[in-house]
Every structure is written in C-alpha cells, then in structure tokens.
Design a protein around this ligand. Structure first.
Ligand SMILES: Cc1cc2nc3c(=O)[nH]c(=O)nc-3n(C[C@H](O)[C@H](O)[C@H](O)COP(=O)(O)OP(=O)(O)OC[C@H]3O[C@@H](n4cnc5c(N)ncnc54)[C@H](O)[C@@H]3O)c2cc1C
Ligand SMILES: NC(=O)C1=CN([C@@H]2O[C@H](COP(=O)(O)OP(=O)(O)OC[C@H]3O[C@@H](n4cnc5c(N)ncnc54)[C@H](OP(=O)(O)O)[C@@H]3O)[C@@H](O)[C@H]2O)C=CC1
Length: 501
C-alpha cells in the first residue's frame, strides 16, 4: 500500500531514476533524522548496485530495477510516493500530484529524466525506446516483423542494429558514418565489419542489469508506446530481451547514409499514390530486387535522398527531450537550448530552492575544458549525488567546490560487443582546428584514437581491451606536455605506462 503524500517535507526529490534515487539516498545519509520524500511516476525505482571506482573518474556499476519498498528498507527515512507531479507552484514552494494531493517543500530536486524525441510523433507505426514498457512493446512487435527501419545514429540505434536478429533492418542516418554521437568515421569503419559478420561469439562479460518486463500491449496494429513516464533503460537493457524477428538470418542491415525521413505513408495511402501518380517512386527494396514479389508493407518511409522503403514499423532513435513540462507553468525556469532546466555549478536551477539533476537538466556552468554533458547513466548518478551534496551545503550554510567527477568526461560502454571507453573531448568537440589525431588500429581487435592539442592530450576513444584507459585518463587530467614522445605515445612496443608512472 503506497504511503500518502505528507502535507510538508523539508527535502523532496521528484523522479525514481538513477539521478533521483542517488540524490535521495545521499540526502537520507546526510540527514538521518529527516524524512526524505521521493515522488515518482513509475512503480519501480532504479538502484545503483556493486558500485566500483575503476580509476579516478571511470566507474562501473550494476543497475537494478527494484520495488520502492526495497529502497525504503535500505533507507528507513526515505518515503517513496508513487504518483506523478502534475504541477509546481514555486512561489508557494508546493508540488501537486496526479492523485490530487499537495506538499510544501523547503528544498526540491527535480530528476524527472527525459523522453524520446520522436520523429513523426503520433504516427502509430513510429516507436521510441525509453523504459521497460516501451522495450517490451518493441520486442513484441519485432517478433512479428520481417523488416524494420531504424532512424537516428546515436546510442540506441547502434545497439539495435547490432542486437536485432532475424529481421532486415534499414538504417537511415543523417551522417556519412555510423554512430556520430560516439565515433568519428575511423572508428565507424573499424566497427562496420561486425555488422555483416555472423554473430557467433557470446557477449563479453557485462554489467548485470535486472529489469522486469511486464507485457504492455495496446490496440491492434499500432506499435507506438503509451505516453507513460517510466525510468530510462541503461547499460545492457537488451540483455533480458529476445530481439528476434521472423527470419532465420542473424544480421541483415542496409545503411542509407546522409538522409532523413521526409514523409511516412501508410500502406493504403502509398498504394493509392502509386496508382494515381506515375512519377511517384516505387518501394526501393523492389528496385533492388530484395522483394521481387512486391511485398506489401504496413508503412513506407520516403527518404530525403528520394528512396522509399516499406517496413513493418519504424524505430525513432533520435535523442531525448527533458521532461520539464509539468514544472514550467507559472515558474520562471531558464531553459537550455536542448530544453533542459538550466543548472549552475551547484546544480541549482534558476528558481529559488529548486535543484535539478540527470537527463532533465542542462549543465550551464563553465565546464572544465575536457568535460561535456551527455545524457548518460553515469552522469545521472554523478549529478544526483552532487546535487544532494549541494543541497546539504546550502541548507547548512556551507560552501562547496565542484565535484571532481566533472573534471573529465569519462564513459565506459559496449558497442558491437567491444568495450568502448570515451575520455574528454574524444571527438575533438569544440576544439580549435589546430588539434591533431593519432591513431592505432588492429582490425577486429582494437582501435585507439587520441586527440592532441598543443602537445597535450585532450581526449581519447579506446575500443577493445586496450588497457590504456587509466594512463590516458591521467595524461588528460594532468595536461602534461607530451610533444617529446611524438608517435611513441601509441607505439604498442613501448610500454607507455612506464613512461609516466
Ligand atoms: C534504451 C536506452 C539505453 C541506454 N543505454 C545507456 C548506456 O548504456 N549507458 C548510459 O550511460 N546511459 C544509457 N542510457 C541513458 C540513461 O538511461 C539515462 O541517461 C539515465 O537513466 C537518466 O537517468 P535520470 O534519473 O535522469 O532519468 P530517468 O531514468 O528517465 O528517470 C526519471 C524518473 O522520473 C519519473 N518522472 C518523470 N516525470 C515525472 C513527474 N512528472 N512526476 C514524478 N515523477 C516523474 C520517471 O517515472 C522516472 O522514475 C540509455 C537510455 C536508453 C533509453
Ligand atoms: N551505450 C550507451 O552509452 C548508450 C547511451 N544511450 C543514451 O540514451 C539516450 C537516447 O539515445 P538515442 O535516442 O540514441 O540518442 P542520441 O542522442 O545518442 O542519438 C540521437 C541520434 O539521432 C539523430 N537525429 C536527431 N534528430 C534526427 C532526425 N530528425 N532525423 C534523423 N536523425 C536524427 C542525431 O543526430 P545529431 O547528433 O546530428 O543530432 C543522433 O545521431 C542518449 O542520451 C544516449 O546517449 C543510449 C543507448 C546506449
């Protein structure tokens, strides 16, 4: 039985994802005699388990989806309220929940995450993947599919095109090379053979993630998920799913580069246009003799390069938009260009006594020269933790320095079954043109790229088991002049660690 919302609570956190839960846990530890209220729209919370500090800034942890009672058990002074916040009156320091209750806060931390930024939102054949419900819905539709389209070139698209088996995938990307949010063209080239190879290997050991995926079917035909506010998936979200279509092959990915979707047609509309307009293009797959029997598809996408592909449904893996809507009305929040709540170096929003952390916020402080915000699991945890520290300091009237985790961008993940480590300005983001790249690549084994500027290391991409992450992390952090080492920096016969220890 869910607890009722109290009329007032000194500390209120909104959102049961990694940012909100980490923030609430930290507040609960700092103020053991205070009740910490966690108000969340989802029936489960996300907890970080088996946290391991791998190096100064690189961390590893497992993520578990848990019932909120488990959090309350671990932290008896955390009270979880299972209800969405529908309104905020910041002048009155009050939140209002969907079930008609209200609560006065002293300090509020908004951690309501983000939702998929869907193209052609509302089209019943376009779906996004965010939480366990939408992932389950995707799996169910994939099980009946022969061909799907994936649009977008970031994290989700990269994972999908590799994981999906038994279903043809048309992957439409705006760029020249795959994975633009994580990789440059060189790294993309290194990864591509994995897309055409049969998947014989078993997955490399990965962080365990426990998800419950209860069924969530909707009306017949439509594939789009209901507009619910679940917690975002994260590392290894696809591990528990069966991402298989109706066919027997493993990978069959066709990449359409430098294009976007111009228009989507439902089957009837498409056939009508073909009949009435002689100049109307044909389904491109027929042109390629991929489906000479003129297969009929539920939906067709017309690309900006003029090609048309029919498919069972389209996955829009086109980024996220912060969940700010319920909090804006009547409150004077400054928003970032990406629509997030702007936060300063103390995670404080532009509204008094309101903090924000995780996917909902836009970091608006002057960042370290080798850090940038990306809406990632790791940063949601760091921000939630640091926001709580800032709330404590504010409450006690203490000053606080920026947390060390924001000194260097560091992300460990896995793409195409390779370990991937990204450090600093790994894609030379925002650097002047005078930067240089150094590369080392062994096909099928490792890809190492470092970004250098004025003899200093500014960033690195490490794909495979390179074992270089700690050394490079140190080199980026200490900004040592490495000019004297020249190309030896990446010479595999030189034990680079000995140089710098
Ligand atoms: C498919 C997928 C794969 C991903 N893979 C990775 C990965 O491998 N590595 C990585 O680092 N990151 C990954 N991410 C990104 C990562 O999951 C997010 O950056 C991170 O989970 C954000 O955490 P958060 O706490 O800010 O938001 P969320 O996890 O979205 O949590 C938001 C919480 O707020 C609640 N909420 C929303 N609105 C309201 C409201 N009005 N009132 C009350 N509660 C509300 C929601 O119910 C939810 O509990 C992935 C994301 C997706 C979608
Ligand atoms: N392993 C990991 O670390 C993973 C992390 N994630 C995270 O989860 C979140 C959601 O993932 P995802 O949806 O892939 O978001 P990402 O931000 O990673 O990628 C979005 C992609 O969609 C492209 N795009 C945007 N708008 C359009 C459009 N209208 N038409 C075509 N392409 C478009 C973007 O191009 P452009 O950049 O040019 O705008 C970009 O390539 C992200 O924060 C991501 O970092 C997800 C999966 C795995």
């Amino acid at each position: 039985m869910a607890a009722p919302l109290p009329a007032r609570s000194r500390f209120v956190v909104v959102g049961g994802g990694i940012a909100g839960v980490t923030c609430a846990e930290r507040l609960a530890t700092e103020f053991p005699s205070e009740d910490i209220l966690l108000v969340t729209a989802s029936p489960v919370i996300k907890a970080v388990t088996n946290f391991k500090q791998v190096s100064k800034t690189l961390v590893e942890f497992d993520v578990e989806e848990q019932p909120s009672t488990m959090l309350e058990k671990r932290y008896p002074n955390i009270k979880v309220i299972e209800s969405g916040v529908k309104q905020l009156k910041s002048q009155e320091h009050k939140i209002f929940t969907e079930d008609g209750k209200q609560c006065i806060y002293e300090k509020l931390c908004l951690c309501a995450g983000a939702k998929p930024k869907l193209i052609f939102e509302g089209n019943p054949y376009v779906l996004g993947i965010r939480d366990t419900d939408s992932a389950q819905a995707f799996q169910n539709h994939l099980a009946k599919a022969k061909r799907i389209a994936v649009v977008g070139n970031g994290g989700i698209a990269l994972e999908l095109v590799y994981e999906i088996e038994g279903c043809e995938v048309i992957w439409a990307i705006k760029d020249k090379a795959i994975g633009n949010t994580f990789f440059d063209a060189g790294a993309a080239e290194f990864l591509i053979p994995k897309l055409t190879a049969e998947k014989l290997e078993t997955a490399i050991a990965c962080k365990r993630t426990k998800y419950t995926t209860e069924g969530s079917e909707k009306e017949e035909g439509s594939v789009a998920a209901a507009d619910k506010l679940g917690t975002a998936l994260g590392p290894d979200w696809h591990e528990g799913l069966h991402l298989k279509g109706t066919k027997e092959f493993s990978h069959k990915v066709h990449i359409e580069k430098l294009c976007e979707i111009k228009k989507i047609y439902l089957q009837q509309e498409f056939r009508q246009l073909q009949k009435t307009s002689l100049s109307f293009p044909k389904d491109n797959s027929d042109n390629q003799n991929a489906h000479p029997d003129e297969e009929l598809w539920p939906v067709y996408m017309e690309l900006t390069n003029g090609k048309i592909y029919g498919c069972d449904f389209i996955v829009s893996a086109t980024g996220v938009v912060p969940n700010v809507k319920p909090f804006l009305d009547g409150n004077n929040f400054a928003l970032g260009e990406d629509g997030g709540l702007k936060v300063d170096k103390h995670m404080h929003s532009s509204v008094a006594d309101i903090y924000a952390a995780g996917d909902i916020c836009t970091a608006s402080w002057e960042p370290s020269q080798v850090w940038q915000q990306m809406r990632l699991w790791t940063q949601a945890r760091q921000m939630g933790w640091y926001a709580a520290k800032c709330i404590v300091a504010d409450f006690l009237g203490e000053t606080i320095d920026m947390d060390f985790s924001f000194e260097l961008f560091a992300h460990v993940t896995k793409f195409f079954n390779y370990k991937v480590v990204l450090l600093g300005k790994y894609n030379a983001q925002g650097l002047d043109l005078d930067h240089e790249l150094m590369l080392r690549c062994t096909k099928g084994q490792e890809y190492v790229k470092v970004v250098m500027q004025n003899g200093r290391m500014m960033g690195a991409v490490l794909i495979g088991e390179t074992d270089l992450e700690e050394t490079f992390e140190n080199l980026i952090l200490n900004q040592m002049d490495l000019s004297a080492y020249g190309e030896d920096l990446l010479n595999p016969n030189v034990d680079i660690e000995d140089y710098f220890d």
